[in-house]
Design a protein around this ligand. Sequence first.
Ligand code: FEO
Length: 169
Amino acid sequence: MISEKMAEAINEQINAEMYSGYLYLSMAVDFAEKNLDGFEHWLRLQAQEELDHGMRFLDYLQERGGHVELETIEKPEVEWKTPLEAFEYVYQHECKVTGMINDLVDLAEKENDRATMNMLQWFVDEQVEEEDSADEIVQKLKMVGDNPSALLMMNEKMAQRPVSEENTE
Ligand code: FEO
């Protein structure tokens, strides 16, 4: 059975992942209101991925006999001035989540909880991807600058994000 300390930390992570989903959904709505439906599409898929991350932690905690306790989800921001500002926010947020995952790994090591360490490895790898994809979008938006036609082209590209296997699991 999982330790109480570990269970408590995983419960906090469930909340953080659900919050990430809420944050990206809020951002998707903001893009929709600005008629950038490709960005909206990308963020809706991202929001779904985050909810799936939360469920992955929840399922694991249940499987290990830990008590799941869902807490209040904080209200996310509702508006970003520019697409660049929004995706810089995504990148910073993902770096923060990486730090949280690393803290969970540290705790699992301290608790000598091999199963949790093993489960967390998936998230360690996932965070590499999450940071990389957010950073790539930030860099592209910097190249777009104030050029509306370049932004519309990028919007078209963002609309092509496929539903990942993770989304269909
Ligand atoms: Fe669940 Fe974007 O990390």
